[in-house]
Design a binder for this molecule. Sequence first.
Ligand code: ATP
Ligand code: MG
Length: 603
Amino acid sequence: MEEKKPLARLNHYFWKYRRLFVPGLLFAAISAAFSVAVPMMVRTAIDTIPRFVNLYNLYSGTAVQDYFYAQFFACLVFLGLIVILLSLLSGTCTFLMRQTIVVMSRHVEFDLRNQLYDHLQSLSRSFYVSTATGDLMTRATSDIEQVRRYIGPAMMYLARAFVFVVAALTAMIVISPRLTAFAVIPMPLLAISVFFMAKVVHSRSDALQNQYSTLTSRVQEALAGIRVLKAYTRENAEAEAFEQESAVYKDRMLDLARVEAGWRPIFLMLIGMSSVIVVWEGGRLAAEGAITIGNIAEYIIYVTMMTWPVASLGFVITMIQRASASMSRLCAILDTEPDIQNDANMDPSIKEIDGRIEFDNVGFKYSENGPWVLKDISFEAEAGSTLAIVGRTGSGKSTMVEMVARLLDPTEGVVRMDGINLKHISVNTLRTSIGYVPQDVFLFSDTVANNIAFGNLEATQEEIEQATKEAELLDNIADFPEGFETFVGERGITLSGGQKQRSSIARALIRRPSVLILDDALSAVDTNTESKILSHLRSQFGQRTIIIVSHRISAVQDADLILVLEEGRIIEKGNHDELLTIDGLYADLYKKQLLEAEIAELT
Ligand code: ATP
Ligand code: MG
């Protein structure tokens, strides 16, 4: 019973698509009814033969004999036509049944997939920290397919099998309860064996599927990282590893083929057993005159026709079990509430932000039992000022700026914007006011223009060009074969590291954000270009708050406030001159980089 719960969540789909589902069930019933009538015609035809033979012999030598012959012939042709007609009707109904129920299941699949994707879009960054992409892909493909099979094929088989078995059994019992009892002896055996067989087939095809995923993700990773692979001359090792995985895949495939091959003979044997029992017991009954020879033929056809519906029951049960397991996996995602969303205390009247940022004793952990990544962070940055964050790698800089965009919520303490707790500002307002350039650039496999316009879908060509100019990318784009319409390849593979970074900056600038966050976003450009970009940004001084995370002193020395992070704590705070007077980590870094620059100039 418990297993039914996740599937119960699909019930509203049966109602939503009732215009397809109800006719589908009706077609299933009618098609079954038509096929049940076929054996009756066969019986009538067979039983006509002895009667005709008697009459034919009785009138032997007279003209009436020819008349009977013609009559008999017409009768058989007539019955034959009816059988063809019944089969045609049954076939048409089967076609319509598939056209309705299978179509319905495709609609449900479409709905579910969209629902899942919508939901995935709404989930916060912390969800993706703990869930693998490959896992989500499986949910979106194979789990949804399992659920679809329950809605579509499983329901279809079930409806058809039910109507067929009930109708055929009724017809059989009316003729002879005793023979019916004998004829159906192998049926439960059949259902049970199919059930177990289906279990084995399914577990093996899952294993096959898993191996296929392993294989494809291996290939995907290897091809995506082909540069590294070649640089480290790992081609042969990779090819060998692939061959091994591929061999496992082949073995799994053969495992599956073996069961599938094995079960067909069992299936045929059980059908054969039924036929033998019918002939043996039916023959005795016919000899006693309890039934006719035609009835035996009729029975054999019923029994043969019944095997597939009965066998399908075994399949249907495993289909339902699997759909249930898949659905609960889907529900686990659908029921995950985004942990960053609009708060009950949210003030919807706030539509714009100025960009005064305040951290008040903020602490952060990625997981409950994890270490404190940030601790006791307090500072204030005025609207329109430039805030810089420096610190060794892993000191918590990226984590801190992600909190400003509310991609992460503080574990303790409060982050405020314009004096208001971030949680009380609508997520949408906050994010549309922020231009965030993450440390790891992500470009979509689209044109340069579209990648930049991603920051503001309503941007005009001029605005795109302006943003590109401010990001010092315009000259580069002019050299591209198709200018703004050049495709950047998968994740921007055809661009240089610095070009990718600057595209990403242009994408943020085009939003004309109140707060601009550059998380190490100038690391791949030379100092010359860096200072050009920064001076463009400074030309709009006072209009927007800029947060710069960098390892380079040259990028941060003009900031109004510089925070020096060390192991998640602020160890130094002030402007360039103040920090030099303190003579701590910042001064240290400055001296080293100054020295490096001098050496670089000398050589
Ligand atoms: P870098 O200069 O290398 O970019 P950073 O100062 O930006 O470093 P963060 O990315 O903020 O450093 O990481 C701070 C700490 O948090 C690191 O110790 C890191 O290992 C840890 N960390 C980062 N992301 C996660 C995550 N998703 N789950 C758990 N720990 C994380
Ligand atoms: Mg970082």
